[in-house]
Design a binder for this molecule. Structure first.
Ligand code: FPP
Length: 257
């Protein structure tokens, strides 16, 4: 692609300039989903507590948001806290919850300045009140923005989401509002918490793990997967451009010829 001056300013390494030149803007994904993994190991390598890694991970989140904005990628979903993450040590969980409040309070201005709209998926009600309110404020304050949609998965688990959708559908069938013949894959999509958001066409997982870990299981039927050994706090703009180059080289056939 022929990058704009603004893009060249943002992606300012030599590597980034040659990657941008090789990227075809028509082959960029429309929705990137990211499993941000490796914060704990990143911190441990430096002899620091795990929370230090989560704090460093926030800088990568900012970089991904700004990159998607600069590249006109309309949707970014980040796995910020899974329904399984509660089993971590109590001080780590409370540290992450506090970090969310700090980051959201600080970043609302930047999100609005970048025209980013924040949406949440997952069981928000189970979060500590301060965290819940900080996210609610962020969603409300950015609701009218029309640029990048940032979907934050919080206390999210794909199986739990599918169970809720099935419960909603069976109750509608029971009430007579739906017949079982109405149940299609589109109807199921419409009852998931990601309803209205296009399925991700690209999913990135950092830190060398190669699992989906209960993230967007229904929505990723045709998603291209990208795994990298880079730990999340080291995943920067250059790393994103490498991932995008890999995406554009793939031959996407949706099961056809
Ligand atoms: C995974 O690394 C990371 C998390 C469970 C938390 C990620 C949260 C952030 C980066 C903050 C996001 C901020 C906002 C505002 C949404 P890990 O702890 O599993 O690392 P490990 O596999 O090395 O132990």
């Amino acid at each position: 692609m022929n990058p704009s001056t603004k893009q060249l300013k943002w992606f300012n390494s030599e590597h980034a300039h040659s990657a941008l030149a090789a990227l075809d803007e028509k082959s960029l994904p429309q929705h990137i989903a990211i499993i941000m993994d490796g914060n704990g190991r990143w911190a441990k390598r430096q002899g620091k507590p795990r929370l230090f890694g989560h704090k460093a991970g926030v800088a990568s989140v900012r970089e991904m948001i700004a990159s998607c904005v600069e590249l006109d990628i309309p949707y970014l979903t980040i796995y910020s806290f899974s329904s399984e993450n509660w089993s971590r040590p109590e001080d780590e969980v409370s540290g992450i919850m506090k970090l969310f409040v700090e980051v959201l309070t600080r970043e609302i201005v930047n999100l609005n300045a970048q025209n980013v709209r924040v949406k949440l998926i997952g069981d928000i009600d189970a979060l500590p009140e301060k965290t819940r309110l900080a996210f609610a404020e962020c969603v409300q304050s950015t609701a009218a923005n029309t640029g990048l949609t940032l979907v934050v998965a919080l206390n999210y688990g794909a199986r739990q989401d599918i169970v809720s959708a099935v419960k909603a559908i069976t109750s509608e069938v029971h009430e007579g509002d739906l017949s079982s013949d109405d149940v299609t894959s589109e109807l199921i999509s419409s009852r998931l918490s990601t309803s209205g958001i296009p399925d991700p066409d690209f999913m990135i997982r950092t830190s060398g793990e190669t699992r989906l870990s209960n993230f967007l299981l229904y929505e990723t039927a045709y998603t291209e997967l990208y795994f990298t050994d880079t730990l999340w706090p080291d995943f920067n703009r250059d790393a994103l451009l490498d991932a995008l180059l890999s995406f554009q080289d793939r031959n996407r056939r949706y099961g056809g010829l």
